[in-house]
Ligand binder design. Sequence first.
Ligand SMILES: O=C(O)CCC(=O)C(=O)O
Ligand SMILES: [Fe+2]
Length: 336
Amino acid sequence: MPEIFPVLDLRDAERSAQSRAAFLDALRAAVHDIGFFQLVGHGVEGADALLGLAREFFALPESERDELSILKSPYFRGYSELGRERTQGLPDQRRQLDVGPECPALRPGPGDPSYLWLAGPNQWPSALPGLRPAVLEWTDRLTGVSHRLLRLILEALDTPADFLDDVVAPSPHVHFKLLHYPGPAASAAGEEEQGVGVHKDYGLLTLLLQDDKGGLQVDVGDGRFVDVPVVPGAFVVNLGELLEVATRGYLRATTHRVRRPAPGVDRYSAPFFYNPQLHAAMRPLPSPYVSAAGGVEDDPANPLFAGYGENVMKGMLRAFPEVVAAHHPGMRAPAA
Ligand SMILES: O=C(O)CCC(=O)C(=O)O
Ligand SMILES: [Fe+2]
């Protein structure tokens, strides 16, 4: 059912007034109906080189990646071996490097909000010196594309395009992951292990670069998951929980997961998460579409917070219990 994931060409937003209107209509439908689409015409080059660096990073000896272990970082930055990150309480069968904005290693005090621990330094592999500049350039470019897209989404909802500028500027707390999903050993074939379990993303927009293996699946209701097709050169775009909150559910932070590849198959991907500043909170969008909306999805196991810091900390505490135990033993999930 590839037609349920529209392919939008960002160049259409600038070709003519008519093509911009058609683009905005298609964008509004995509973010309301399914909450996932494929973006082409974004002008970002270097995807193959980035996936090449991912392959090189995950081909380093495990001991070299372990030097960057996320367990060493109170800032939730660094390398997670297979099964370290958890979703729905179960270990995800992927390896990953978590990267955020480069910040000094400050240590928030006891009275400070716990989300301040998400600002800190990254950990980079000395054996792969090209990774740092490539990732930082990539996240810079994707920040630009995401901001353009966010303004277009607001315009599509008849909201002033700059309505969220103060939420993201001057320093959006972007988050980038380099991911490797190795297939299981042949003997384990058929076991239902999750690549990454069912979840929603926490922030505003996700721009995902995936290789040609597929495996990302989207919840289309009634317990049915549909494969997101591989569209060469496209970013898979989906919405985070904060846009669901700010639109009272008119926009959808759609749940999704990744299947583990078949034995012998390795999948690489690189999601970029465009988020507000850590301390920023969402206000309801002034939009006729929003005033008629019914409200966010009510899931007691996953309360949605309007403050980005609270909302993302909820996720970090769930995903990285070992980092919490090692560095933040007293830290608790924010109250709903
Ligand atoms: O690897 C993918 O295709 C998606 C990963 C994902 O959904 C996530 O890390 O939030
Ligand atoms: Fe996700």
